[in-house]
Design a protein around this ligand. Structure first.
Ligand SMILES: Nc1ncnc2c1ncn2[C@@H]1O[C@H](COP(=O)(O)OP(=O)(O)OP(=O)(O)O)[C@@H](O)[C@H]1O
Length: 250
């Protein structure tokens, strides 16, 4: 079988990635030979119908789930070959995460949440980066508060600062605006967009929302566990059309 070529300089790449859940009659082939690269300093959105494998692809590329076969490359590291101990270190030191449900630790202040991953890996937070991120995100007045005392938008901005504090090779964002009103959602997307331009951050975001995907440089479309197409410089109309075509083709 021919394997599609993949940009070996990509920050993150999947090569012929297969993920099968379960076995026998109940086996589900969630990823069916995905080959795709995510370029450095680019903002890519992953889209596709429900069940197309978006979360599974992100989880395998982030070392949160193990693939059945193929490679999940972060820089030069094939995550499919690493021990759980190494994967924990990779996630903490080389990857930033932003989730729909924020996933902040409720007993810690905003500031402690932001610096925790660095402290766990024995690194000292960069004071300039901390000031830059918290000022840009407008949360300097909220740093002593616990997540329960913050709005959803403020919690997600704390999560964004946490994700970027370690200068990660990639930020994986899983429906980062899913729990936010449209104004807070737009602020989060604009921040992600600007972090690509100003900090050279690489971002991979799973979303159902064509409006969110329009902030990205590129959209990768999945269907039935395979790459079904991609769009460069997407806008809401082109993303909506592509998703409709996928739905019709099924
Ligand atoms: N832990 C699991 N056990 C069994 N099947 C699973 C598991 N996780 C996902 N699947 C199946 O794998 C396929 C891909 O799921 P995945 O969650 O990656 O899709 P998705 O595109 O992210 O969907 P959605 O947009 O609904 O979140 C689906 O058929 C799903 O039911």
């Amino acid at each position: 079988m021919l394997t599609q070529s993949v940009d070996t300089l990509a920050a993150v790449a999947a090569v012929d990635l297969v993920k099968v859940y379960g076995s026998g009659d109940t086996a589900v082939r969630a990823l069916d030979g995905v080959t795709v690269g995510f370029a450095r300093a680019q903002f890519t959105a992953i889209m596709g119908p429900s069940g197309s494998g978006k979360s599974t692809l992100m989880h395998c590329l982030a070392g949160l789930d193990t693939a059945t076969s193929g490679q999940a490359l972060l820089g030069g590291t094939d995550l499919t070959k690493q021990s759980d101990k190494v994967l924990t270190k990779v996630r903490r030191e080389r990857i930033g995460f932003v989730f729909q449900a924020f996933n902040l630790l409720p007993q810690l202040t905003a500031e402690q949440n932001i610096t925790l991953p660095l402290e766990l890996s024995g690194r000292k937070p960069d004071a300039h980066l901390f000031a830059h991120l918290t000022e840009t995100l407008g949360i300097t007045g909220r740093l002593g508060h616990r997540p329960g005392e913050l709005s959803g938008g403020q919690q997600q901005r704390v999560a964004l600062a946490r994700a970027l504090m370690s200068r990660p090779e990639v930020v994986f964002a899983d429906e980062p605006t899913g729990n936010l009103d449209s104004r807070s959602g737009a602020e989060v997307l604009l921040f992600l967009r600007n972090s690509v331009r100003e900090l050279g951050q690489t971002i991979v975001m799973v979303t159902h929302d064509p409006g969110a995907a329009a902030y990205a440089d590129r959209v990768v479309l999945l269907a039935d566990g395979r790459v079904a197409g991609e769009l460069d410089r997407p806008d809401i109309a082109s993303v909506t059309d592509a998703l409709q075509s996928l739905a019709v083709a099924r």
